[in-house]
Design a protein around this ligand. Structure first.
Ligand SMILES: [Zn+2]
Length: 376
C-alpha cells in the first residue's frame, strides 16, 4: 500500500482554488472513473478530505455511464464526475464516452484526468465538452478543480450571490401545444434543475377542436413537463398585437416575475404567432431576457443563436407532452414523432449533442458576469 498523500501540508497546487473555499466540495457527490484501484483510493481520500460526501469509483466506460444514469443509494444526483482518459482506448473513445455522458446527464460536468495531458487528448476532451483536464498524479490539483466545477454546477448563474433562490421562466404560446413543440425539452430540462416554469397559452385552441377538451390536454401536457399553466381566452385565428394581448402577457409577467421569457418568433407564417410575439416584446420590455423558440410555422428567416442541449429524458418528456394533445396528435403533420426527433437531432449539430432546441435571443440586459450558457 502506498503512502497516503499529505492532505494539508505542502505547497498550494497550481489549481489550488479550493483553498479558502473548501466548503465548495461539502456534501458533493462525485463519480470517479479510474483504472487503478490504488490511485482511486488516494483520489477518493483527497476528495473526501476536502468535504466530498460520496466518491463512487468505477473502472469502465459501461459502469461509468450506468452509474451516471442510475446513481447508487443514497446519491440522488451527481455533482461532478471524473474520468481517467486512460480508461478510453483512444481520443475518439474519450470524446465518445464524454458525449454519451452528456446525452444522459447534460448538466453534470466531467473533469478528465490524464497521465500527461497532451494536445490530442485536450482536443478530444474539449470536443466532449469536458469541464477541465488535469494531470492524473496531481491529486490536490484535481481536488481544487473538482471543487471549482462542483461549485459552478451547484450555482451556475451565481443566483445565490444575486440574492435569488429560484429562477423563473415564462413560456408564451398562442395555442395549446405551441409551447411544447417549440420548447418542451427545454422546459423539462429547466423544471428538473429547479427552475419555476409557467406556460401562458393565449387561447383555448377553439379553431382546432373542442376548447374544453383542449384545455384538459394542455393541463396534462404542462404536468408532464413539470410546469404550471395559465390560459387566456383570446380568439383563435384572429389575435392582434393590441392592448388586450399586451395586457394579457403583462398580467402573467406581473404574476410570475420571470428572469427569462420564451415566445414565438417574428419569422413565422401564422398571424396569431406573430401577434403574440409582438405583444410579448412590448409586455416584456422590463424582463431581463427574451428569446424566441421555433414553431412549426417558423420561416427560413428564423435565425437561432442559442441551443439548449436535451437529454434523452428531456426528449421523451417533450414527446409525451405533445402526445398529451390527443385531439391534435393524429391529424397534424408537425406532431409526427419522427419529425420532432429529427428536428431536435438536426439542431443538436450546433451544440454537439444528440438533441437540442434552438432559440433566438432577442434581448439580454443581464449584468455582465451573470451570464451562463444554460441561462438562455
Ligand atoms: Zn400555434
Amino acid at each position: 500500500m502506498s503512502q497516503m498523500p499529505d492532505l494539508d501540508g505542502g505547497d498550494p497546487s497550481p489549481h489550488g482554488f479550493w483553498r479558502g473555499t473548501g466548503a465548495a466540495l461539502a456534501e458533493a457527490h462525485v463519480l470517479l472513473g479510474e483504472r487503478d484501484p490504488e490511485t482511486a483510493l488516494r483520489i477518493s481520500g483527497v476528495l473526501r478530505a476536502h468535504g466530498a460526501a460520496t466518491v463512487h469509483v468505477v473502472a469502465s466506460a459501461g459502469d461509468f455511464l450506468r452509474a451516471g444514469a442510475d446513481p447508487p443509494e443514497p446519491v440522488r444526483s451527481w455533482d461532478v464526475a471524473v474520468w481517467d482518459a486512460g480508461l478510453s482506448e483512444d481520443e475518439a473513445a474519450l470524446t465518445e464516452v464524454l458525449g454519451r455522458w452528456r446525452a444522459q446527464r447534460p448538466g453534470v460536468p466531467v473533469v478528465v484526468t490524464d497521465d500527461a495531458p497532451s494536445a490530442p487528448r485536450a482536443v478530444a476532451a474539449l470536443r466532449g465538452r469536458a469541464a477541465d483536464l488535469v494531470e492524473r498524479a496531481d491529486h490536490e490539483g484535481l481536488a481544487g478543480v473538482v471543487a471549482r466545477v462542483a461549485a459552478e454546477h451547484a450555482d451556475p448563474l451565481g443566483v445565490e450571490a444575486a440574492g435569488q433562490n429560484t429562477l423563473r421562466m415564462l413560456v408564451v404560446g398562442a395555442h395549446p401545444d405551441d409551447v411544447e413543440i417549440g420548447a418542451g425539452g427545454t422546459i423539462h430540462r429547466r423544471t428538473h434543475s429547479g427552475w419555476d416554469v409557467t406556460i401562458l397559452t393565449m387561447s383555448r385552441g377553439g379553431g382546432g377542436g373542442d376548447p374544453a377538451r383542449r384545455r384538459k390536454e394542455a393541463h396534462r401536457a404542462a404536468e408532464v413537463l413539470g410546469a404550471r399553466l395559465l390560459m387566456e381566452d383570446l380568439p383563435d385565428g384572429s389575435m392582434a398585437d393590441d392592448r388586450v394581448t399586451v395586457q394579457a402577457v403583462e398580467r402573467a409577467v406581473a404574476e410570475v416575475g420571470p428572469d427569462v421569457v420564451f415566445v414565438h418568433s417574428e419569422s413565422d407564417t401564422h398571424q396569431d404567432h406573430r401577434a403574440v410575439h409582438r405583444a410579448t416584446l412590448v409586455a416584456c420590455r422590463k424582463v431581463a431576457r427574451l428569446v424566441c423558440y421555433q414553431s412549426p410555422s417558423a420561416t427560413v428567416s428564423y435565425r437561432p443563436n442559442r441551443f439548449v442541449e436535451l437529454s434523452e429524458a428531456d426528449m421523451e418528456a417533450k414527446l409525451a407532452a405533445i402526445a398529451a394533445h390527443h385531439s391534435q396528435a393524429s391529424s397534424r403533420w408537425y406532431l409526427d414523432e419522427d419529425l420532432l426527433r429529427s428536428t431536435a437531432r438536426y439542431w443538436g449539430r450546433f451544440s454537439q449533442t444528440r438533441y437540442a432546441e434552438p432559440l433566438e435571443l432577442v434581448h439580454d440586459s443581464t449584468p455582465l458576469g451573470y451570464y451562463h450558457a444554460d441561462y438562455a
